[in-house]
Design a protein around this ligand. Structure first.
Ligand SMILES: [Zn+2]
Length: 400
C-alpha cells in the first residue's frame, strides 16, 4: 500500500468490533463510510439526473470503463471535459476497470453465481482471444474488433478522469477449477504491476488506484492475492472475483479474506449490495459497496422493503396492491412513499410508465442510503451488532 494524501486519504473515525465508520477524502470531496455507491454505468444513474442523486445524500457513483470505452468513447468524454464535467457530477467517481465485462464475454452470464450478476453481465459481444497482453473482443454495438489490456484500461480511466481507478483483472467464474483460478489470479497480479507502472508514468497525479483481490473461493489463493495486492503500491483494495454460489459461501469467503487485508486500507466489495449483504459486510469491516440491485430492481417493478423472508423485496406489480391506499413502505421518507399510494405505484408499474421506474429508483436508493447512514450512526455509538441484528430481522433502516 502507498499513502499519498494528494490522491486519497482514508480516515477511520470510529470502530465497533470489526466495523468502522470514517471519511474517504477524494479529489472530488469526501465520502462518509460505510457507503453504498450507485451505478452510473453509462454516465447516468438510470432515470435520474445527477443533481437528484446528490440530493439523496450520495457522494460517489461508479462509472464503467468497458461501456464508456465503446460508447460514447473515452476520447470524446475527455475532449468534453472529463466524466465529471460530461455528466455534471462534481462529487467522487470510481471507475470499474472493464475486466468483469470483458471476461463475461467469455464466461457468459452464470445465473446461479452471485458475481455473475454484477453490472450488466448480459450480451456484450464475443470474445476473440484472451492472452497475456490483454483481451481481443468484438463489440456488441457494431461488431468491430476491439482490444483491452491493463494499459488500455488505465488509459481509458485516466481519460475519464475518475477519482479512483480499478486495476484490470481477470475474472473467473464460480465453476472454474482450482488450477484455472490459480493461473488467472497470477495473471491478475502481473496485470496489477502493469497497471501501476502505466499509472506511475502516465496517470493523473490526483487519481487513486485500487488493487483487486482475486482467488475465487479458495483460501490459499485469496491469501496469496491479499498479500500480493497489499504489498503493491495501491491506494485501496477491492475484493473481486467469484464469492461462491450462495450467500452462506460468500460470507465464508469474506470472513476469510477481509482479515488478510491491511487494517487501515479502504476496503471495497465489488458488485455486492443487497440489504443483508451490506449489514453483514459492514460487520466484517468493509467500507464501500457498489451494486446494480437498487437501480435494476426498479426497472422490474420491485421495491426494497424490510421483508427478510422475501429477500428484502416487494413486487409492486403484485395484484394484492391494486386497491391499497397505504404507502409503498410504511415510514419511508422517500417521495414515492410519502406522496403516493401502493395502488398508484402498482398501476404505474403495470402500465410500464417511466414514472414508476423513476419513483422506485428513488425509493430503492433512499432505502440503501438510510441503511448505510444508520450503520454509520450505530458504529459511532457502539451499537452496530444490535443494528445489524434488527435490520436482518426486518427493522426498517429509518428506525435505527
Ligand atoms: Zn420509499
Amino acid at each position: 500500500m502507498r499513502s499519498d494524501p494528494q490522491r486519497l486519504r482514508y480516515e477511520v473515525r470510529s470502530r465497533d468490533g470489526a466495523a468502522r465508520a470514517g471519511k474517504l477524502h477524494t479529489a472530488h470531496g469526501p465520502v462518509a463510510t460505510p457507503a453504498f455507491i450507485p451505478l452510473a454505468t453509462t454516465a447516468a444513474v438510470r432515470g435520474l439526473d445527477t443533481d437528484e442523486v446528490a440530493a439523496l445524500g450520495y457522494e460517489m457513483v461508479l462509472g464503467n470503463t468497458f461501456h464508456l470505452f465503446l460508447k460514447p468513447g473515452h476520447e470524446r468524454i475527455e475532449a468534453l471535459g472529463g466524466l465529471h464535467e460530461f455528466m455534471k457530477w462534481d462529487k467522487a467517481i470510481i471507475t470499474d476497470s472493464g475486466g468483469f465485462q470483458v471476461f463475461s464475454l467469455a464466461h457468459g452470464n452464470v445465473a446461479d453465481e452471485i458475481k455473475g450478476r454484477r453490472g450488466n453481465a448480459g450480451n456484450h459481444g464475443a470474445i476473440l482471444e484472451i492472452a497475456e497482453e490483454g483481451v481481443r473482443f468484438r463489440s456488441y454495438l457494431d461488431g468491430v474488433e476491439r482490444f483491452m489490456g491493463p494499459e488500455e484500461s488505465m488509459g481509458i480511466q485516466a481519460a475519464l478522469g475518475s477519482d479512483i481507478a480499478l486495476v484490470f483483472d481477470e475474472c473467473t467464474p464460480y465453476h472454474a477449477d482450482y488450477d484455472h483460478t490459480a493461473r488467472s489470479t497470477e495473471r491478475t497480479h502481473r496485470w496489477l504491476d502493469r497497471c501501476l507502472e502505466w499509472h506511475e508514468r502516465e496517470g493523473p497525479a490526483r487519481q487513486a488506484v485500487f488493487g483487486i483481490v482475486q482467488g475465487g473461493v479458495h483460501e490459499k489463493l485469496r491469501r496469496s492475492s491479499a498479500e500480493r495486492v497489499s504489498e503493491a503500491g495501491v491506494d485501496g483494495i477491492s475484493i473481486g472475483g467469484t464469492l461462491g454460489r450462495d450467500k452462506a459461501e460468500m460470507r465464508g469467503v469474506l470472513e476469510m479474506t477481509v482479515p488478510l487485508l491491511p487494517v487501515d486500507a479502504l476496503k471495497h466489495l465489488l458488485g455486492i449490495g443487497e440489504p443483508d449483504d451490506l449489514l453483514d459486510g459492514i460487520a466484517l469491516g468493509i467500507d464501500v459497496f457498489d451494486c446494480a440491485v437498487p437501480t435494476r430492481l426498479s426497472r422490474h417493478g420491485v421495491a426494497l422493503a424490510p421483508l427478510p423472508d422475501e429477500r428484502f423485496r416487494m413486487s409492486v406489480r403484485s395484484r394484492a396492491l391494486e386497491d391499497d391506499q397505504g404507502p409503498l413502505v410504511e415510514g419511508c421518507p422517500c417521495p414515492a412513499c410519502v406522496r403516493h399510494s401502493r395502488a398508484y405505484l402498482h398501476y404505474l408499474a403495470r402500465a410500464e410508465e417511466l414514472t414508476a421506474v423513476r419513483l422506485l429508483t428513488v425509493h430503492n436508493l433512499v432505502y440503501l442510503e438510510r441503511l448505510v447512514s444508520g450503520a454509520r450512526d450505530a458504529i459511532a455509538e457502539g451499537r452496530y451488532a444490535a443494528y445489524r441484528e434488527a435490520g436482518l430481522g426486518g427493522a426498517p433502516p429509518w428506525v435505527s
